[in-house]
Design a protein around this ligand. Structure first.
Ligand SMILES: [Zn+2]
Length: 242
């Protein structure tokens, strides 16, 4: 803990004398948002990217952009280095997909509720903050959504390297639990899961399964970035079986 605090103090001091480079192109002249003006425009301009379906268990995803080098650079800088100023442009980019997801639910007269995918306490401790909590707080403050509830909790998750997709999904499912009041609070609502990125869809599928097991409806998911869908044969088979 002490080492983390000292590292952060040192990084803040460095930042004071050597203003940060753009988190994407590494050029000098990043604005207070952490990106140079062209990269800022590229990241935060309203885009909507709808990747193909993953599996029947994974709710349909609406993302701000494909998971490309730009998206990966921004997310990595935001989560793994002390570049929290990037939260503003990430939230800006996610506003449009989140509005679309809510409109879709609103058309059927249901109430959309945002549920963020939680970080493990190990990840929170390492980063010194909860990256999704910060993004959701910004989006809520800007009235992009009205209803949110942190329904999910996550315990320690085993390393997923080398696991198959269904094993990843199982590991994610086993690490998730619902807050005791979740079913009561979310009954009759339609949940939008929100995460920073979707790659295989294992985490979103597991989160949706945990909520659905308690009778909660999961309508869709919104992420900043989404990898193009690569439906594995295993995934195709399991979705056909359901
Ligand atoms: Zn740049």
């Amino acid at each position: 803990m002490r080492a983390t605090l000292m590292r952060r103090a040192w990084e803040s001091t460095l930042e004071l004398f050597f203003p940060a480079a753009c988190a994407v192109c590494q050029e000098d002249g990043a604005s207070r948002g952490g990106l140079c003006p062209p990269c800022q425009r590229q990241v935060s301009t309203a885009h909507v990217y709808i990747p193909g379906p993953r599996s029947l268990r994974c709710p349909p995803v609406i993302a701000a952009r494909p998971y490309d080098r730009t998206a990966s650079a921004v997310l990595n800088a935001y989560k793994e280095t002390p570049r929290r100023e990037l939260a503003t442009c990430l939230a800006q980019a996610m506003a449009q997909p989140l509005r679309l997801a809510q409109e879709e639910i609103g058309r059927s007269g249901r109430t959309p509720v945002v549920v963020g995918i939680p970080s493990t306490s190990a990840a929170r401790g390492r980063r010194g903050f909860d990256h999704m909590e910060v993004l959701l707080r910004l989006l809520r403050a800007q009235k992009v959504f009205l209803h949110g509830y942190q329904a999910l909790r996550v315990s320690r998750r085993a390393d997923s390297v080398g696991l198959s997709l269904s094993q990843r999904e199982r590991a994610a499912f086993d690490s998730l639990s619902l807050r005791p009041r979740a079913a009561g609070v979310l009954g009759g609502c339609a949940v939008i899961l929100v995460d920073d990125v979707v790659t295989t869809g294992a985490t979103l599928s597991a989160a949706a399964a945990a909520l659905r097991a308690a009778g909660i409806e999961v309508a869709s998911a919104v992420t900043f970035a989404a990898a193009p869908n690569r439906l594995a044969p295993e995934q195709r088979t399991s979705s056909n079986q359901r």
